[in-house]
Design a protein around this ligand. Structure first.
Ligand code: NAD
Length: 472
């Protein structure tokens, strides 16, 4: 598939990376390590100044601290707020600016649209533009192509190449993931695909998987992330079933997954982060655009991702009901949530389950405190949390582990003298440790409480929450 023009991307190219966040900065470093001169662009002047001073503002990837310094010193990496100028001097432009959803789950392109306009204004013939941000299907070939052509007065395919390649890495292990995760690539035409493949072959060691179009490459990313949300929703429903039947879901899933075709994930108090709970809405946005005749009353598309979202978000309410089933009403009592981060050991709280847990607890009349050693008090106050202060230890009647930070393995539960229960939302704590403090230990899907309740006429918690297919 390679031709002469794409050889340019093998050795001599200057690369502009637009968006120098948790993913963009490691990508810029990866390309510079492979001999490209990289100009990174960001609208945040602090980010740009920090990088130009040879420092990394991203803490999650330990290699960045030394590599940013070395590459800036050697002139291989620099940063600027002037995207249009940087693009004008580039042969390859990589775009990794986020697309988000609002409170109504509507997709918001404002940031990446602005970046695309700035790129178009600097675009010169012969440039290859590749989007890596996760996108609703059709965005590269429709929305971005249109903005780029309008702002550059150039034509896609004839004057510049355009491709899409989803970024599949995880924060915290990016350089390892770049080495081993296959790179999915689709271009707007054959020339664009060849150019993108040649570029990635020159800067990555991973296998390249060529897709027929940008739409197909966008779809592949939404498939892999939505699969995880749906899978976790199924695990959560198994957990509720286990609770209702006095079974241990973790042990059952472990046994089931010894069959090579069973890959059930872990249940818990909710799904957070800016990927797994968000991208199903990108997929669903593609249904809204369809001709109504594609859908019939007998066939409704993507019902599984839709209900998976509802089930996973309802786990916070389920958790609160499980606590109340063990220690009684939480009204006028205080609960401490451990971990505001959406997952263990990351300084990132996007779409964290702590928010849903706090909402559910407040609805039940509880006072809610949070603890997270990775966040400052200001960072906790800003989104509306109440950081815990040790003078309040006596007030706490229940503790919920939401994010399994490693430090919580050493958490001193003995200080909470009136705490009756710990709900281990991630199955990260040892039951014996909690019980030795005289507290109940419960986990989602441990079947424990319902075991105790057998013979009572009380409706199991699971049945009361999920009777409407997961609707809260
Ligand atoms: N974070 C992850 O774990 C992860 C994993 C896989 C893929 N991704 C993809 O990467 C994208 C970016 O994620 P991230 O974690 O790096 O985000 P981030 O919030 O850490 O960084 C985004 C950066 O883009 C900059 N920016 C915003 N608007 C801009 C503009 N108009 N021009 C230039 N820069 C602009 C911001 O200032 C910020 O520095 C995500 O939307 C997702 O599609 C993220």
């Amino acid at each position: 598939m390679q031709n002469n023009s794409s050889n340019l991307y093998l050795t001599t190219s200057t690369v502009t990376v637009v968006g120098l966040g948790k993913i963009g900065l490691p990508l810029a470093v990866q390309y510079a390590q492979h001999g490209r001169r990289v100009i990174g662009c960001d609208i945040n002047p602090e980010v740009v100044e920090t990088i130009n001073a040879g420092q990394s503002h991203i803490q999650e990837e330990p290699e960045l601290a030394t590599e940013v310094f070395r590459l800036v010193e050697s002139g291989m990496l620099s940063a600027t707020v002037r995207t249009t100028d940087a693009v004008h001097n580039a042969d390859v432009v990589i775009v990794i600016v986020p697309v988000v959803v609002d409170a109504q789950h509507k997709v918001n392109f404002d940031g990446i649209d602005a970046a695309t306009m700035a790129i178009g204004a600097g675009l010169k013939p012969g440039t290859l533009v590749i989007y890596e941000t996760t996108l609703p299907v059709g965005t590269t070939s429709g929305r971005f192509r249109e903005i780029l052509e309008r702002s550059s007065n150039l034509q896609t395919g004839r004057d510049f190449s355009l491709a899409y390649s989803p970024e599949r890495v995880s924060s915290g292990s990016i350089f390892r993931d770049l080495r081993i995760y296959p790179k999915v690539v689709g271009g707007i035409d054959e020339k664009s695909t060849s150019a993108a493949v040649a570029f990635y072959r020159s800067v990555l060691d991973a296998e390249i998987i060529i897709r027929a179009s940008t739409d197909e490459a966008e779809f592949a990313k939404l498939i892999e992330t939505t699969y995880r949300d749906v899978n976790i929703a199924l695990a959560n429903e198994y957990a509720c079933f286990a609770d209702a039947h006095g079974l241990d879901v973790a042990a059952a899933i472990k046994a089931a997954n010894t069959q090579p075709y069973s890959h059930i994930h872990s249940p818990g108090v909710g799904v957070g982060g800016h990927c797994i709970p968000v991208y199903p809405y990108f997929l669903l946005a593609g249904v809204e655009k369809l001709d109504p005749f594609t859908l019939t009353p007998k066939f409704s598309m993507l019902t599984l991702p839709r209900s998976a979202r509802r089930i996973n978000d309802a786990m916070a309410e389920y958790a609160v009901q499980r606590i109340e089933a063990t220690i009684g009403s939480l009204a006028h009592r205080s609960v401490l949530i451990l971990g505001v981060a959406y997952r263990g050991d990351v300084h990132e709280s996007a779409f964290t389950s702590t928010k849903l847990l706090q909402d559910a607890l407040l609805e039940h009349g509880a006072t809610v405190y949070v603890d997270d050693p990775l966040f400052s008090d200001d960072e906790l106050f800003a989104p509306g949390y109440r950081p815990f202060v040790s003078e309040r230890s006596d007030e706490i009647c229940a503790i919920i582990l939401q994010a399994d930070h490693r430090v919580y393995q050493e958490f001193d539960f003995s200080r909470y003298t009136n705490c009756q229960l710990v709900l281990d939302g991630r199955r990260a704590l040892r039951r014996e440790r909690i019980e030795s403090e005289g507290m109940h230990y419960i986990a989602i899907g441990d079947g424990f409480r319902e075991n105790q309740d057998r013979g009572s006429d009380k409706q199991p918690v699971a049945a009361s929450i999920f009777q409407n297919g997961g609707d809260r």
